[in-house]
Design a protein around this ligand. Structure first.
Ligand code: NAP
Length: 273
């Protein structure tokens, strides 16, 4: 594909950003659909300056990642209703200088789970109380899931549980809770600390669906334990691909080539980029 005077620019802003697989995923999608665009990674702590740059240079769309997902909100012109309710933005669409913020993490997690399990009426414990747990909890609640939150810090766990109008379970007491779905939503177990896991094997029973939103490694220690106990497992790559597919749709109006995006990211994970 030729880069020329018509090529549109997209990207991701965050800090640090060196680990991001978003450029791999989105450039594969642009290439496969013959959209004349490129997607780059920008490592920045200056989110206000970044927003000015997006407008000044006519950058068409931006992914937003840690630590800017909430900090970016005051600089945008408009928020989509879901992003406003969640209080975090992971996607910016630039429509002729008018910037709208969206949250596609929630939809990404929902689609990844729905590929494996019917959600309505299920009980679910989310471990973690950060931005990802908030987005996932919000959308699952709206899809009829009966939620509990568990977290290391009781204060932030209780705050999220209050926001989601659900119960809080201290991490140390999680073995006393029965659940259909367990979602791990903290960085514990991420490369290079692959051996770490917050969940003891004994609480994983074969009737449970276990999702880990970490995708590097693709099969975390938690998912290995869950698989060995006979649980249905959902890795974090599904969420990552589906949130990216929704970004692609918002930016281009086209359906995303999901399987191509997944294949490219899996390949990058295998070679360790
Ligand atoms: P965050 O806002 O920084 O939240 C981190 C959460 O993890 C907090 O609840 C924190 O508990 C908990 N935590 C951190 N270290 C811990 C430890 N050593 N022991 C126990 N709990 C610990 O992060 P986030 O944005 O929610 O993201 C969480 C993870 O999800 C990250 O690894 C991120 O890469 C991944 N993620 C994946 C996707 C995807 O598409 N698959 C999308 C978004 C995020 P305290 O409150 O006690 O500090």
């Amino acid at each position: 594909m030729t880069i020329d005077q018509h090529t549109k620019l997209y990207g991701v802003v965050g800090h640090p950003i060196g680990h991001s697989l978003s450029p791999t995923m989105h450039n594969a999608a642009f290439y496969a659909t013959r959209v004349n665009a490129v997607y780059l990674a920008f490592d920045t702590t200056d989110i206000e300056g970044c927003i000015k740059g997006i407008k000044a240079l006519g950058i068409r769309g931006m992914s937003v990642t840690i630590p800017h997902k909430s900090a970016v909100i005051p600089f945008l012109d408009e928020l989509d209703a879901l992003a406003e309710q969640i209080g975090a933005v992971n996607t910016i669409v630039n429509n002729h200088g008018f910037l709208t913020g969206y949250n596609t993490d929630a939809v990404g997690a929902l689609r990844a789970l729905e590929e494996k399990v019917e959600l309505e009426g299920k009980t679910c414990v989310i471990i973690g109380a950060g931005g990802a747990a908030r987005a996932i909890g919000f959308i699952l609640k709206n899809h009829g899931v009966r939620l509990s939150i568990s977290n290391r810090s009781v204060e932030s766990g209780e705050n999220l549980a209050r926001y989601l109008d659900c119960s809080f379970v201290p991490l140390a007491e999680i073995e006393n809770v029965s659940m259909d779905i367990l979602i791990h939503s903290t960085p514990v177990g991420m490369y290079p600390h692959d051996e770490q896991c917050l969940i003891p094997r004994e609480i994983l029973t074969k009737e449970m669906v276990v999702m880990d939103i970490i995708y590097n490694p693709l099969e975390s220690t938690l998912l290995k334990r869950a698989r060995s106990q006979g649980c249905l497992t959902v890795d974090g790559l599904g969420m990552f691909i589906h949130q990216g597919a929704e970004q692609f749709r918002l930016w281009t109006g086209l359906e995303a080539p999901v399987e191509i995006m997944r294949g490219e990211v899996e390949q990058a994970l295998r070679v360790g980029t």
